[in-house]
Design a protein around this ligand. Structure first.
Ligand SMILES: C[S@@+](CC[C@H](N)C(=O)[O-])C[C@H]1O[C@@H](n2cnc3c(N)ncnc32)[C@H](O)[C@@H]1O
Length: 436
């Protein structure tokens, strides 16, 4: 095999393995891709990434096409070939890979996956796809559920929650999210940083709603961002950048970010006010917490980083109440599907009730460590009312000392953003104050 062909084949084989890892073993793409691409170059890794994400975005369509082309499903030892054919199909239908390269590299990948004897099968299926592409796509177009590309349970929940907007939500979920930056306004203001980006030939624009946010026209590697290593800027979606602003921590406040990892919002809280009292970044996941420390170091910020279970304050709380608490709760992440399309296939309908119970548990515990007169900001990157509005409504109904503060000018007190709104992720915010 020619060397470039070998690297092309290796990236297709790695993509097939990563996709299988997600769909068979329930692992996320962000876990599966680094493992599958360990031995690949940066360029090949980027190719694997784009193939895997595109497969997750349009999985039902690609599965439909393959079912039409295969005489019988590939099972058992041959299952990996199904994932490899998804890789080939995705390159032909969704990516701008040349048909010749897509077929040749995918066929060679079969050999790398120990399936040399099925090279003919892979070649035949992909060549038939090239020949019958228009016909197959026309057949698929008649089946609306393929275009939605969501599991039925999730589609139904989105339709129920957003009877007017569900099409927009689904369409936004199937798009690629833009890259947003958060300017560290303790070091540089956003218009000045925008000028630096333009000087570096990076096209970008300021958010019209969030003063720290800049949207890039195209994603770039962070190493290309001026001042990144010096902590002038971080990567963070615009909707997530509202958290620190809505929390509104004041000088001297003792602040707890109780689900902090990887630390984007802790860092933003520290950037907005350099005069806070103690700031604690707590998370139950020790591995994710290392990212908090790394981020704070790069940004030259400091907080007490604590590995503990937020729902068990007796194991870590020193008894001094907090004036501000950010609870960025573990959730279904249904607001960030455009960034993590594997979520659609990893989540189960039954996960939602479990998450709602976990959120309620943490919320109750956080209330017990909040100072009278203090503020708790509840946030999720979910778009499901059970985790958001209904969760807070039930909490307020059961806590007489909770005041549900308004974050809007309208009748609704909480903020629910849908994916794509103002260019941001789907996000939820509710602000609660504890009566004195
Ligand atoms: C949505 S993420 C937080 C993202 C983070 N706030 C940021 O902006 O970078 C939710 C976090 O909650 C943590 N978590 C889940 N259950 C927890 C618990 N019982 N106590 C503390 N942290 C928990 C998870 O490990 C995860 O890091």
């Amino acid at each position: 095999m020619h060397p470039t062909q070998t690297s092309g084949a290796a990236s297709r084989a790695a993509a097939a393995k990563a996709i299988m890892d997600v769909l068979e073993h329930g692992r996320s793409l962000s876990q599966a891709i680094p493992e599958a691409t360990e031995k690949l170059s940066g360029r090949d890794r980027a190719l694997v990434q784009s193939i895997c994400y595109a497969v997750m975005r349009q999985l039902p369509l690609f599965n439909f096409v393959l079912a039409e082309l295969l005489e019988k499903p590939l099972k058992g030892q041959l299952k990996i070939l199904h994932y490899l054919l998804l890789v080939g199909t995705c390159q032909i239908l969704a990516l701008s890979t040349s048909p010749h390269a897509a077929v040749a590299a995918t066929v060679d990948a079969a050999m790398l996956l120990g399936r040399s004897r099925q090279k003919g099968l892979v070649n035949g299926v992909l060549r038939n796809l090239l020949r019958q592409q228009e016909e197959l796509l026309a057949k698929a177009a008649a089946r609306k559920e393929l275009a939605h590309a969501h599991p039925r349970w999730l589609l139904e929940r989105i339709q129920e929650a957003y009877p007017q907007q569900w099409r927009d939500v689904v369409a936004a979920n199937n798009e690629q999210a833009p890259m947003w930056l958060r300017v560290n306004t303790a070091k540089v203001d956003a218009p000045a940083y925008l000028a630096r980006l333009r000087h570096a030939d990076i096209a970008a624009e300021l958010s019209s709603e969030v003063p720290t946010a800049i949207r890039l026209a195209q994603p770039v590697d962070v190493s290309q961002l001026p001042g990144f290593e010096q902590g002038q800027v971080s990567v963070q979606d615009v909707a997530a950048q509202r958290a620190a602003l809505l929390l509104g921590a004041q000088s001297g406040d003792r602040v707890l970010d109780c689900c902090a990892a990887p630390g984007g919002k802790t860092a933003h809280i520290l950037e907005t006010n350099q005069d806070l009292g103690q700031v604690i970044a707590l998370d139950s996941d020790a591995q994710r917490l290392t990212r908090v420390s790394e981020n704070l170091t790069r940004l030259q910020l400091s907080a007490k980083v604590l590995c503990a279970d937020a729902s068990e304050p007796k194991t870590w709380w020193d008894g001094t109440p907090f004036q501000r608490i950010l609870l960025d709760a573990p959730c279904s992440a249904t607001g960030v599907i455009r960034r993590h399309p594997d979520i659609k296939w990893l989540r189960r309908a039954s996960d939602i009730d479990t998450l709602v119970a976990i959120q309620a548990d943490i919320l109750n515990s956080m209330w017990s460590v909040l100072a009278p007169g203090g503020t708790l900001l509840y946030a999720t990157c979910s778009i499901l009312p059970e985790e958001n509005h209904k969760q807070i409504k039930s909490f307020v109904e059961n806590h007489e000392d909770a005041i549900w503060c308004s974050l809007t000018e309208g009748p609704q007190r909480d903020l629910q953003f849908i994916p794509g709104q103002a260019g941001g992720d789907g996000f939820y915010y509710a602000k609660l104050e504890k009566r004195k």
